[in-house]
Design a protein around this ligand. Structure first.
Ligand code: ZN
Ligand code: ZN
Ligand code: ZN
Length: 354
């Protein structure tokens, strides 16, 4: 394969990344800081000069689900132990004894045992609802609801292990459920019809019950859906965010999972990003500087595959539909014909414009 490699990682950074993987925790470069913008909200900035190729973030998912067709025969299915997330090849899989769904499998008996209390939380719910949700609503809605259940499952395990949510007063970034709790995601961002539809789903499938004992209110779960929809990542085998895209273009490949990351979610979008992102073999999201970043500059990723939407209208249309904002990054503004400036800026995000 002749894939062009743009990024070099210093040996010291590589060692650091490997060390983190072994410890199964996150890591953030000391020169990557969080700040707040009056319009965009939370964001990453560089506190010092960050050279091109620097590893900036390795973030462990709080929840991840596999996204593959025909999981029983698909070698891209990932191990369901969130501390592993490696591919679980067909021949070496361990399945759930309760036979909940075929998407649930582990790469070893060790992973299966280690994941017991988290999977026990979701198993009854999956067995009861997965098939009917898939048949009635389709894969996207099922994936969204399952990711919510997995966020609740991790919270459940966190509560069991610590008795309460761990504080993060001594950390630079929030941690665990506290970080998920602080993700942006307002119901006002979406159309009235969308929020109404999610409210129906919450009441039907996600209320606290013996099958899903989370103890949270309907409103809180609705807010969690808004947070998940605004902040989840698709996981792809190749990098997202090369700009300019290589010629001939290399896309990021086929999605194999979806995840919510507590810290990576802070990154805003730019169509000329200075960070490339890609999950490593364990599903940790890795950010790497794709150019020199100077003190005070915002550090951005691309929310979509830049090889798929190259024209201004295509990029803005995709971002409006899928991420509910009008992009005013440097590239979009520089490509804007003068007469379009008012039209895009003045157009409110209402039900009619989606
Ligand atoms: Zn595993
Ligand atoms: Zn199960
Ligand atoms: Zn843009």
């Amino acid at each position: 394969m002749s894939q062009v490699v743009y990024i070099t990682v210093e040996p010291s950074e590589q060692t650091c990344v490997d060390g983190i993987s072994q410890k199964q925790s996150g890591w953030i470069h000391e020169h990557l800081i969080e700040s707040a913008d009056p319009v965009k909200g939370r964001q990453f900035r560089a506190s010092h000069h960050i050279p091109k190729g620097t590893c900036l973030l390795v973030d462990r998912p709080y929840a991840v689900i596999p996204v593959v067709d025909e999981p029983a025969v698909n070698d891209n299915l990932i191990c369901n132990n969130p501390a592993c997330n490696r591919r679980a090849p067909r021949a070496e899989r361990y399945s759930c004894l309760n036979a909940c769904i075929q998407d649930v499998a582990w790469c070893s008996s060790i992973c299966k045992d280690a994941d017991k209390s988290r999977h026990d939380f979701e198993c009854t719910w999956l067995k009861r609802y997965a098939e009917s949700i898939r048949n009635k609503l389709g894969e996207y809605e099922f994936g969204m609801l399952w990711l919510i259940v997995r966020l609740l499952a991790t919270r459940h395990v966190e509560l069991q292990e610590h008795g309460s949510m761990t504080g993060s007063q001594t950390r630079r970034f929030k941690h665990g459920w506290e970080a998920i709790d602080s993700l942006c995601g307002s119901s006002g961002t979406w159309s009235h019809d969308q929020v109404k539809s999610w409210t129906t789903l919450v009441k039907k499938y996600l209320k606290s019950s013996p099958a899903l004992p989370h103890g949270l209110s309907t409103d809180r779960i609705l807010h969690l859906i808004c947070q998940e929809e605004a902040n989840s990542f698709g996981l792809y085998p190749r990098e997202t965010g090369h700009f300019p895209p290589p010629s001939p273009p290399i896309d990021r490949g086929e999605q194999f999972a979806a995840a919510v990351y507590p810290t990576a979610a802070i990154a805003n979008h730019s169509c000329v990003p200075n960070i490339i992102h890609k999950p490593n073999d364990e599903g940790h999201m890795v950010f790497t500087a794709s150019r020199d970043i100077f003190p005070g500059q915002e550090c951005c990723i691309s929310y979509f595959d830049l090889t798929q939407h190259s024209e201004l209208d295509s990029r803005r249309g995709h971002l409006r539909k899928s991420f509910r904002f009008v992009c005013h990054c440097d590239r979009c503004v520089s490509e804007e014909p003068a007469e379009d400036t008012v039209e895009w800026s003045a157009m409110p995000l209402t039900d009619d414009t989606i």
